[in-house]
Design a binder for this molecule. Structure first.
Ligand code: NDP
Ligand code: GDR
Length: 373
């Protein structure tokens, strides 16, 4: 099936007037759902550095939602340089998924899109299931029918699975640990996991589940606990805020750096056979320990600022996650580069700088100091 972006030319470089440069080495083509999210932005940078052409599906929003990838965006009119391309689609719209597969002809598909907030999934459970579970099924089905129509059996699929699927099963959690999800989000991720296994077994699709433990960065959404804390540390340090309202401080998480984890996603798709892998640092810390290190980085005591607010407790909590990533270490050769303390410092440093820029706007009257993240 031919189109403007073209398909059969997957791999060769096209000049502005449509002629091909025959001597140029073939570029692999990746399609990413959730490209505007934390992981989507790091994966895009990673794949562009590897020489891929990257296509991202973005959903329509009343505001621009591309802040995390603006720095790598190049005007598509500059066809030779613009190797990241964005298209409107939605995981709730099956026809858009199939259309873009048939247009882009990707070699690798990364399904990162999700309503990814666990607490919010209790508020909007139907929507969460539709996007996280059925959305993954829609994409798998689109891949299956695309392969069936085109014979492109080499296409590879990555599913963004989560340590939340383990829920209340005690650590250490590995690929053979039973799932016991504790939220609509986690139950939906379990469904997506099994859809992926099923499409691999039933149709022979090269489909992998990455079971990733929490991974953070300065690009983390501001309502996840790590970033909520580091944003507050920056703002408190600069004098824009004094209190931080949080929920359960005793939950323990295996926190790594998102930049390291996207590499594991790619590695899974480079193996000879498709399989499922746990990706984790194998070290776990409580929210309280995160607070201690984050506030400590700027010489503050978290106890002077944190207020417990019941609204941030969940109807069912996941108490303790700590991964066993030995399979990924052995078979993929993957290991995390950034440790816990370094991750916290990286996030705090960036958020102190961000707070300084906010302060300039507040002082100039362009922003309200109370406008908390
Ligand atoms: P984010 O919440 O930062 O990004 C989610 C992405 O999905 C955004 O690009 C968002 O678009 C997009 N999206 C949401 N709903 C839809 C929809 N209906 N159709 C199309 N796109 C949609 O998540 P992360 O980057 O942190 O995580 C990436 C994936 O990995 C997610 O599936 C998440 O559940 C999973 N995961 C994450 C972990 C982590 O610790 N970060 C750990 C384990 C799994 P928009 O920008 O418009 O909101
Ligand atoms: P999580 O991340 O639920 O593990 O899911 P989150 O940062 O939201 O919560 C971690 C722990 O912190 C506790 N907590 C709070 N959490 C939030 N968001 N806000 C608070 O004020 C607060 N106070 C305490 C929570 O109760 C929880 O125990 C993330 C997401 O990225 C998922 O998409 C992903 O699948 C999993 O990580 C692995």
């Amino acid at each position: 099936m031919a189109s403007e972006n073209d398909t059969s030319r997957s791999g060769s470089t096209t000049t502005v007037n449509g002629d091909e440069a025959p001597s140029t080495p073939k570029r692999k083509i990746a399609l990413i759902t959730g490209i505007t999210g934390q992981d989507g932005s790091y994966l895009t940078e990673f794949l562009l550095n590897k020489g891929y052409e990257v296509h991202g599906l973005i959903r329509r929003s009343s505001n621009f939602n591309t802040q995390r990838i603006n720095h790598i965006y190049i005007d598509p009119h500059n066809a030779l340089k613009a190797l990241m391309k964005l298209h409107y689609a939605d995981l709730s719209d099956a026809s858009s998924l199939r259309r873009w597969l048939d247009t882009i002809f990707p070699d690798e598909v990364y399904n990162l899109a999700a309503q990814s907030h666990v607490a919010v999934s209790f508020e909007i459970p139907d929507y969460t299931a539709d996007v996280v579970a059925t959305g993954a099924l829609r994409l798998l089905e689109a891949v299956r029918s695309h392969i069936s129509a085109t014979g492109r059996t080499h296409i590879r699929y990555y599913q963004a699975g989560s340590s939340e699927m383990f829920g209340s099963t005690p650590p250490p959690q590995s690929e053979s640990t039973p799932f016991h999800p504790r939220s609509p989000y986690a139950a939906s991720k379990c469904a997506a996991h099994w859809y992926t296994v099923n499409y691999r077994e039933a149709y022979g699709i090269f489909a992998c589940n990455g079971i990733l433990f929490n991974h953070e960065s300065p690009r983390r959404g501001e309502n996840f606990v790590t970033r909520k804390i580091t944003r507050a540390v920056g703002r408190i340090k600069i004098g824009l805020q004094s209190k931080l309202f949080l929920g359960n401080l005793q939950a323990s998480r295996d926190w790594g750096f998102a930049g390291d984890y996207v590499e594991a996603m790619w590695m899974m798709l480079q193996q000879e056979k498709p399989d499922d892998y746990v990706v984790a640092t194998e070290e776990s810390h409580t929210v309280e320990e995160f607070l201690e290190v984050a506030f400590g980085n700027v010489g503050l005591n978290w106890r002077d600022h944190v207020v417990i607010d019941k609204r941030y407790f969940r109807p069912a909590e996941v108490d303790n996650l700590k991964g066993d990533a030995s399979k990924a270490r052995k078979e993929l050769g993957w290991k995390p580069r950034v440790g816990f303390e370094q991750l916290v410092k990286m996030m705090v440093d960036e958020d102190v700088e961000l707070a300084k820029r906010e302060k300039v706007l507040v002082d100039a009257g362009y922003m309200d100091a109370q406008q908390q993240p």
